[in-house]
Design a protein around this ligand. Sequence first.
Ligand code: AKB
Length: 326
Amino acid sequence: CGIISNDNFHSVSFSETDQPKVLITGGLGQLGVGLSKLLSHCLQLLVMIEVSLLCTVGPFVYSDILDDKNLRGIVMNNRITWLVHYSALLSAVGEANVSLARAVNITGLHNILDIAAEYGLRLFVPSTIGAFGPTSPRNPTPDLCVQRPRTIYGVSKVHAELMGEYYHHRYGLDFRCLRYPGIISSDSQPGGGTTDYAVQIFHDAVKTGKFECNLKPDTRLPMMYIDDCLRATLEVMEAPAESLTMRTYNINAMSFTPAELVTEVQKHLPDLQVTYDIDLVRQAIADSWPMNFDDSKACKDWGWKHDYDLPELVQTMLTFIGSGSQ
Ligand code: AKB
């Protein structure tokens, strides 16, 4: 990836169309699958990039996120106007492979930032509760506070927030970023995260009636149902630029502990048996993350409001997983 001077940015401009042409990186991950389904109903073009060749929905193209020339060609040839950059290694798997996480999460982001700036794209990059650390206020965690995460995932996400905001101020890049809580979905599995237990419990409860939790029962973390997360993503992407007083927002829905989630699931499946076998890496990560997220700026600036609280989340997950419509 060459060094791009200010003069090169916005050198290629596509004619304005009513509907954005969206490129999703990490298109086969937990979030990419959901977003592609949503966009395929209302948008013209969807191209997904993933290291796997498996393709489930929408037009699909293969590229390595580190191959900036190939990425540039995809953006140009498909006349992409919006880029949603989901490619990333999550918190626990990042600690197991720091050099790969650094390459994908940091070098991959640099490729995406340069391409988005060059082609004048609107760019969404998710951040996370993982962008905070043990010295951040945890209950609640505001948008602006100390951010000293202790994972490569968190460090790469703080870097993404700062780089995106820098490109916005320096080059006019239309960068938009939401800090996601742990995301819970039925039709796609997360991979290698600290909040994954809150998805796994539903699959195990329905399939075996037994669940082994890898976090302590009183570990409180912010969580969100995927429909809320994807709606927030589209809402912030569609928000008029003048309504955004910041470029990186917390979004919130609910906070719960494993014990509280188990109690709610047992209202539907009273025979569910739960044991605890603590994963020390995940537990240390969770203990450094926010317990409650303050999303008042997102509510005020672009009208964010979540739909799903814990009871609706549990009912919906059990309905989808129980009926096999995943
Ligand atoms: C993880 O657990 O690593 C992710 C996240 C909260 O960003 N789900």
